[in-house]
Design a protein around this ligand. Structure first.
Ligand SMILES: [Zn+2]
Length: 249
């Protein structure tokens, strides 16, 4: 599985993020901290939820933001990693949630000196956490209402309702075809890939299950095989393998 385009075209800010326009007001209210509610970003693998989580975490910790976007240059931005945390940010993955970890997080939240105005707790793949741990987490959230909790999840049905109901929800599963078309055109132009047929472009988007990661992988395979965006590209096995290849990994 190729991954160069995925790294090359990883957005660094909300404004570069495809298809985010409809939810920018929500993002803005989180960023401006008009209301500190836990946020849960849901979507299939490859929909960009971890990337969005990282941008959000960076923006909230950023000391020199550029409008809605993080600067990506200050210490807080550079140090943030959604697996390891950063300045004023605690980060975990759902699967590693344990009683010990939640207790140590509780201690950290009680005693850790705040450098910026708020602490953020990031948990990627919250739906991989055991339900008993998620119940401990709810209690932790109740006693730390001034902390901002940011989560991602693929399957919301694995999250207990009391937790879900507390969260502001952002879903990345319904990218508009028009946004994805604009995305394909943009990448194709930058990579010098010919757009031979509009129908093939639409088919490419549907075959990807409207998944940005699959689209990038397919475009890379199209380029590697010297093809254009055409029916014959969609018939190419290597392109097909990349379309939707790891959506449900
Ligand atoms: Zn910054």
């Amino acid at each position: 599985m190729s991954s160069t385009y995925r790294i090359k075209y990883r957005p660094n800010g909300f404004t570069q993020f495809i298809g985010l326009k409809p939810i920018l007001p929500t993002i803005e209210s989180i960023v401006r901290r008009k209301r500190i509610a836990p946020v849960i970003i849901s979507g299939n693998n490859g929909s960009g939820k971890s990337t969005l989580l990282e941008i959000l975490g960076r923006r909230l910790a950023c000391t020199a933001p550029i409008g809605l976007d993080p600067c990506n240059a200050c210490e807080a931005c550079r140090s943030l990693d959604i697996r390891r945390g950063g300045v004023d940010v605690f980060a975990y993955s759902g699967i590693e949630l344990s009683r010990n970890l939640i207790s140590s997080l509780k201690r950290d939240l009680d005693f850790y000196p705040m450098i910026n105005s708020i602490h953020t707790v990031i948990i990627d793949d919250l739906d991989h956490g055991q339900s008993s741990m998620l119940n401990h987490l709810i209690r932790l959230m109740e006693i730390n209402e001034e902390m901002l909790f940011l989560f991602t999840a693929t399957r919301l049905k694995n999250i207990p309702n009391p937790l879900l109901q507390r969260c502001m929800r952002i879903s990345l599963d319904n990218y508009a075809p028009e946004s994805l078309k604009a995305f394909v055109r943009h990448i194709s132009e930058l990579e010098g890939i010919d757009l031979f047929s509009e129908t093939a472009l639409e088919d490419l988007i549907e075959l990807s299950d409207r998944n940005p990661r699959s689209i990038l992988n397919a475009l890379e395979a199209i380029k590697d095989n010297g093809l254009s965006i055409s029916q014959s590209a969609l018939d190419n096995q290597n392109v097909r393998d990349n379309l939707g290849g790891d959506v449900y990994e």
